[in-house]
Design a protein around this ligand. Structure first.
Ligand SMILES: *[C@@H]1O[C@H](CO)[C@@H](O)[C@H](O)[C@H]1NC(C)=O
Ligand SMILES: *[C@@H]1O[C@H](CO)[C@@H](O)[C@H](O)[C@H]1NC(C)=O
Ligand SMILES: *[C@@H]1O[C@H](CO)[C@@H](O)[C@H](O)[C@H]1NC(C)=O
Length: 225
């Protein structure tokens, strides 16, 4: 399909409308002041998507991450705590592994809406207010202190994070952006071996493929117009 200028205008408008409805759709979070490692902890996460929201055509689930700031660097999701939660589920339980962050780390829970047609990706991140992780025994790797991310937050569960961190410190000692195949392979093995089994292997959801394709087209149009 080739989009003429009128189509572009219409699609850009629809894409913008989608973005605004997403902002309006913001719900709310209720997380404890402290979260103790290895203790199942209940959170309330309301993605706030209206029953008739267009977002439901592109997303039917969200992912829950642990987000923190390595010393001297910005906040970002590090690893997933729950791979996929249905959009309307608000009552969820997470367990933060002991070896992800040091004791007393200020952290946030982060969420992102999962794309129906590409379960590995989310449409952006929202963050809760901060919480303190108690009892952790993780240590920041040199790689993180140098400002690099460890693996991908959509591939690595928090259970696999410490293992992946060790890969980076073992194989990726050069302080540059070059891709290190041994480090990458090692990180992928950590994810394969340690991610909870109900995680990344979950089924592809292929309904509404046309709507998803349309949304991707809109995104392309937005970036290039
Ligand atoms: C959170 O943990 C800190 C440090 O252990 C403690 O002083 C504080 O009372 C805790 N707050 C709550 C609300 O549990
Ligand atoms: C949340 O889930 C837990 C167990 O999964 C249950 O015990 C609790 O009653 C639920 N709370 C609400 C408000 O639904
Ligand atoms: C961190 O704590 C966990 C859980 O208590 C324990 O299994 C693990 O061996 C500890 N790791 C280190 C490096 O102390």
């Amino acid at each position: 399909m080739v989009f003429g200028p009128k189509w572009m205008t219409l699609l850009s408008f629809l894409a913008l409308a989608g973005l605004f409805s997403q902002v309006e759709g913001y719900g709310g979070y209720d997380i404890p002041y402290n979260i103790t490692v290895e203790v199942p902890t209940r959170l309330r996460i309301d993605e706030g998507i209206a029953p008739d929201s267009e977002l439901r055509q592109r997303h039917n689930a969200y992912r829950v991450y642990l987000a923190a700031e390595p010393p001297g660097w910005g906040l970002g999701p590090m690893c997933w705590l729950v791979y996929a939660v249905r959009l309307d589920t608000q009552n969820i339980t997470v367990t933060v592994p002991a070896d992800v962050v040091p004791d007393g780390t200020r952290a946030h829970i982060s969420t992102g809406l999962i794309l129906r047609d590409n379960r590995d990706r989310v449409n952006g991140f929202s963050y809760t207010s901060s919480t303190t992780i108690l009892g952790g025994n993780g240590t920041w790797s040199q790689r993180e202190l140098d400002g690099w991310e460890i693996g991908s937050q959509d591939e690595l569960s928090c259970r696999a994070f410490a293992c992946a961190r060790e890969c980076e410190d073992t194989y990726n000692t050069g302080n540059d952006g070059s891709i290190n195949r041994r480090a990458d392979a090692c990180v992928r093995k950590c994810a394969r071996d340690l991610n909870p089994s109900n995680g990344a292997g979950s089924r592809h959801i292929t309904d509404n493929a046309f709507i998803s394709a349309l949304f991707m087209a809109m995104t392309v149009v937005m970036f290039y117009s």
